[in-house]
Design a protein around this ligand. Structure first.
Ligand code: C2E
Ligand code: CA
Ligand code: CA
Ligand code: CA
Length: 279
């Protein structure tokens, strides 16, 4: 195959071909990685903005394949959603998160573990049941589990009553839901009203432009107040600097997450952080 050449059509189709090959390879290797439980879970702490205590840790999938190397979640998740392997990633993450939450609880630390679930997983009418089964199997209390959903999820949930019913069922058991990437879509304000949401997580694009734009500051302040006035907890993500954190305190934000506190790390490193911060 000729890589460089004057012919645009040829190089475009080569690129497409490469992308398809990579996708097929990722799918094949992912299947094997899931089979051998070769995926890892990293955790990123979220701290109470006043006390500085870790109140939640977010579970984020990590995968380094022997052949492909590191595959970032931004590449992995869309392929997994397309191929249906997202269901396998979801059950892997859920089980790991529950086990880990229980380990921390037994060590005397009570905080939630938050997992990201995609709407495709909730198309399965038995999703709520299988989440509750995993809790029972691992012995993890429902109150330690949090589920982050995005607007894409919310959009589909609105149209499918079975998804909302499953969310309600889980909420009744004590699981909480977070509306992630809040403020980025068209329906944010609608979904915060119709879905059983406990927390708004304001998208990191707002945090990152906070110091550059007075308009963003007003918007952020407004979103925090709106969330609070509706009885929701409000979290800011992508906090990278002390200046950003300072502003968020003045807005009355409940919690924050981001590199300023810690990047996503191994469970062992979280335990070390806990010993430093929380004892
Ligand atoms: P997200 O749920 O919005 O997660 C936040 C992402 O921002 C994470 O990227 C995290 O590492 C990154 N991040 C955290 N703090 C900062 C910061 O201060 N600055 C910057 N620039 N970035 C920060 P990651 O781990 O690469 O995940 C990307 C996305 O992939 C996630 O976005 C989530 O939508 C998806 N994802 C990750 N793990 C899973 C999973 O297990 N299941 C599903 N369904 N989706 C997942
Ligand atoms: Ca998230
Ligand atoms: Ca997010
Ligand atoms: Ca995101």
């Amino acid at each position: 195959v000729r890589e460089a050449g004057g012919n645009k059509i040829v190089s475009l189709s080569t690129a497409t071909h490469k992308a398809l090959n990579r996708k097929a390879l990722i799918e094949k290797r992912l299947l094997q990685a899931l089979d051998q439980k070769n995926l890892k879970v990293f955790y990123q702490p979220q701290i109470d903005i006043v006390s500085g205590h870790i109140i939640t840790v977010e579970a984020l999938v990590r995968w380094e394949d022997e052949i492909i190397g590191v595959v970032s979640p931004d590449e992995l998740i869309p392929i997994a959603e397309e191929t249906g392997l997202i269901n396998n990633i979801g059950s892997f993450m859920l089980e790991k998160a529950c086990e880990q939450a229980l380990t921390w609880k037994k060590a005397g630390y009570d905080f939630k573990v938050s997992i990201n679930l995609s709407v495709r997983e909730f198309r399965d009418k038995n999703m709520a049941k299988s989440i509750l089964n995993t809790l029972a199997k691992t012995g993890c209390p429902a109150s330690l589990l949090q589920i982050e959903i995005t607007e894409k999820f919310a959009l589909e949930a609105e149209a499918a009553s079975s998804i909302i019913q499953q969310m309600r069922k889980l909420e009744n058991e004590g699981i909480t839901f977070v509306l992630d990437d809040f403020g980025t879509g068209y329906g944010s304000f609608k979904y915060m009203q119709i879905l059983p949401i406990d927390t708004l997580k304001i998208d990191q694009t707002f945090t990152s432009s906070l110091l550059k734009s007075e308009k963003t500051q007003k918007l952020m302040h407004g979103m925090v107040q709106l969330g609070k006035s509706m009885g929701l907890k409000v979290v800011a993500e992508g906090v990278e600097t002390a200046e950003q954190a300072k502003l968020l305190v003045t807005y009355g934000c409940d919690a924050m997450q981001g590199f300023y506190i810690s990047k996503p790390v191994t469970p062992e490193e979280i335990t070390t952080l806990l010993v430093q911060k929380q004892s």
